[in-house]
Design a binder for this molecule. Sequence first.
Ligand code: SIN
Ligand code: CO
Length: 384
Amino acid sequence: MPQLFNSISSDTFFSEYWQKKPLLIRQAFPNFTCPVTPDELAGLACEPEVESRLVYRQLNKKKWQLEQGPFNEDKFSHLPKADWSLLVQGVDHWIPELADLLDCFRFLPNWQLDDIMASFSPPGGSVGPHFDEYDVFLLQGLGERDWKIGQTCNHSEPCVKGTPLRILDTFEEVDSWVLQPGDMLYLPARVAHFGTAMTDGITLSIGFRAPSHEEILEDVSRHILDTMVENKHLQMRSQSLQKHPGEIQPDVIAELGNIIRQHLNDDNITQWFGCFSTQPKNPEIVSAPEDEISTDDLLALCDESEWLVWNEGSRFCYTTPNNDLMTLFVDGEAYALSKSQLSFVQRLSEKRRMAIDELATFARHGDIDDLLAKLINTGSLYFE
Ligand code: SIN
Ligand code: CO
């Protein structure tokens, strides 16, 4: 049976823990060396295209202060010795080793895996007791951190007033552990948690996606409007004379429902979700290379490379083939392909790297050159 993080079978994790209850995994990554250093994190926090925050804490006063990045370099030489945290979002987009680390979590589907946030804190640093709307694995990268977990919260859980952070008013401690490098804590969405650095340390939060209903409806509507070919108007197929002009009769509602369902069909939802779930976080991450290649250049590129690799910010998903067609979604774009390309697409979407030898076996059995050249020219794939 496949083992996750050398300690638990994937069946047990799914049936007993995933989206159900917390799990501490000691030495999930034995001898773990954090792929990002505190200095690199501070450097990233100075970049305008990287989302970063500093959270300062005043012990026992329930007071928290937030500053949004980007920061000036000299900011980091003037910070106090304790009680603050630097949080940097989407670090896997900028550090290839962290993008590779995400492959360890692909027992969950690509559409659900979001990104890695890294936090650096000196002793006492914390973002306070809070809950998140998504599942998270908290992997200790460096130093020691005390994690306390608490109640499962609902949307109306009271928060501390007068701070822009969502700090819980009441934290009911249920369990606590000190995590060392390589230890990892899994938390389902909405479990209250409160981490405090014991020493200088880095925590990597591997986050999952849980789009809100509002986000889903807003985005699917925009997609349907953008792809609509014909702008038809409401037409009442059967209408009877009505006595009271103020009344909206049920047949109007039925007709409106028909229109809405006609557009919100499974094909449209599939096309939308493929594009939505592979959209890169920001346009700077996946950008076209300077020189465009043609399919004729592929052989030479393969000869001089070891790996075919996803861009750090790229996301790959595909849909189950329907008749002879299937769709591959990469970075918000849909590629209509033939079913004969399924095994290549499955492998391409499985993990970030493919050895050139393996790529060669696919190339021998089918026509993948056009697709490869396109994905290299959009910047979604590169040779290394
Ligand atoms: C942190 O690393 O301090 C916060 C991570 C989290 O609570 O999700
Ligand atoms: Co959290």
